[in-house]
Write a protein that binds this ligand. Structure first.
Ligand SMILES: [Zn+2]
Length: 237
C-alpha cells in the first residue's frame, strides 16, 4: 500500500501548497481521501482517472473538497463510464445538496459500523468531532491497514479508528502555543502522543498555513515513528 500526499495544509496555503488531499494505491486499486484546493491537478498528473476506484470526503469543509466540483468536469471528459463513486456523509448542508446535483457522482452516504469494499480495498468509517459531521476512515488492502482521521479534535473514537492499523494519517493543525481546547483540530503534540503511546507509524498533516515544517518537528521530540506530511511525496506502508 502506498500513500501520496497531494495537499497537507489547512485551511488554505500561502506558499504554493495545497489543502488536504491524499492518494492511496494498492495493487492497481486507487482511492482518494479528500480533495482540497490544488490537489486535482496533482492527482491527474499521477493517475488515469479511469483507474480511480473511489473518492472519500471526510467532511464538507472547503479545504477538503475545494477541487470536487472540477473533479466532476474531469469525470465527464475523461472517464469512460462517466460515473465516479464518492463516499461522503450527508450532513444536510447546502454543500451536500450541491453534491447531490452532480450527475456524474454516484454518492454513498456513509454510516458507522458498516464494512465497505471497492476492488481489494476494505474500509469502514468512524465518527469524529468537528463542527460539521466528520468521519475518519480505516482502510485495508488485506496486507496493510491505514487510518486517516479527517478533521477532528481528540476523542475516544480515535482509539477504535486506530485499533489494528499499521499507519496513521492524522490532523494535527496546531503548535502548542496556538492550541486551546476550543480549537477544531488536534494539536501536533496530541498526535505525537497517540503515535508514541500506541507505537504507530504516523504522518501529521493539515498543518496550519503559517507553519514551517521545522517548527512542527520541534514538537515531535525523539519520536522516530512520526513525520510531517510532505507534499508530492509517496510513503510506502
Ligand atoms: Zn474541517
Amino acid at each position: 500500500m502506498k500513500l501520496t500526499v497531494l495537499g497537507k495544509y489547512g485551511p488554505f496555503s500561502v506558499n504554493g501548497g495545497s489543502t488536504s488531499g491524499y492518494l492511496l494505491e494498492s495493487n492497481g486499486d486507487y482511492a482518494v481521501m479528500d480533495l482540497g484546493s490544488g490537489t486535482l491537478t496533482k492527482l491527474l498528473k499521477r493517475i488515469d482517472i479511469n483507474e480511480l476506484n473511489f473518492v472519500y470526503l471526510s467532511h464538507l469543509h472547503f479545504d477538503h473538497i475545494a477541487d470536487v466540483g472540477i473533479l466532476s468536469y474531469a469525470v465527464s471528459f475523461l472517464k469512460k463510464d462517466k460515473k465516479l463513486k464518492v463516499y461522503y456523509h450527508d450532513d444536510g448542508s447546502d454543500v451536500s445538496k450541491v453534491l447531490k446535483n452532480i450527475a456524474v457522482f454516484e454518492l454513498v452516504n456513509v454510516k458507522e459500523n458498516q464494512i465497505y469494499n471497492e476492488g481489494n480495498l476494505v474500509f469502514s468509517f468512524y465518527k469524529m468531532t468537528h463542527p460539521v459531521d466528520s468521519f475518519g476512515i480505516k482502510i485495508s488492502d488485506g496486507g496493510k491497514t491505514l487510518a486517516y482521521t479527517g478533521d477532528t479534535t481528540y476523542n475516544e473514537n480515535i482509539l477504535n479508528l486506530i485499533n489494528g492499523v499499521d499507519f496513521l494519517l492524522a490532523d494535527g493543525a496546531f503548535l502548542e502555543k496556538d492550541y486551546a481546547e476550543n480549537k477544531l483540530h488536534m494539536s501536533i503534540k496530541q498526535v505525537n502522543d497517540i503515535s508514541l503511546k500506541y507505537q504507530l507509524k504516523t504522518l501529521v498533516t493539515h498543518i496550519s498555513f503559517n507553519y514551517k515544517d521545522s517548527d512542527v518537528y520541534k514538537e515531535l521530540k525523539k519520536n522516530k515513528l512520526i513525520k510531517v506530511a510532505k507534499e508530492n511525496k509517496t510513503y510506502k506502508l
